[in-house]
Design a protein around this ligand. Sequence first.
Ligand SMILES: [Cu+2]
Length: 154
Amino acid sequence: MAAIIDKIEKRIIIATGFLLALFIFSILYARDKYRTDIPECLPYDKAYTEPKVNKIDEKTYQVFGVAQMWMFQPAEINVPVGSEVDFFLTSKDVVHGFNIAQKNVNMMAIYGSINKTTVRFDKPGVYDIVCHEYCGSGHQNMKAQVIVNYPQSK
Ligand SMILES: [Cu+2]
C-alpha cells in the first residue's frame, strides 16, 4: 500500500517541478521576447515619496511616482522619443496598481516600499497610466500620462 502512495507522490513532485520550470521559462521568455522588465524592489527611502521627474541626460529620465487615494503624481510626464525612463514607485496609503498597457508595465505601488522598472519609449504618443488594483471609491479616477514627443528644434 505504501509503495503505491509513494509512486503517486513521486509523480506529483515531478509534475510540480515541471510546472515550476515551465513558469520560470515563461517569465524569462516573455522578458526577452516582449522586452518586459521584471520590476525590482529597492530598499525603502523617504526621498522617493516626493513626486518628481529627474532629467539625467537627453535620453534618460527618472520618475519618482507617488500613488495615493486617488491620484498619481506626477500626473503628466513629458519625455522625448527614444527616452529610457526609470520609474520608482511608492504609495502614500493603500496598495495601488501601476499599469501602462501599451508598454506591458504591471507594477504595484505599496506603502513603505519602492518598486522600480525601466521603460523605453521609442514611439511618440500618449501612454496612459492607470491604477489596476481596486483601492477605494475613487479608484477609476486614478490615471496619469506619459507624453512622448519629438524634441523641439532649437
Ligand atoms: Cu489606486
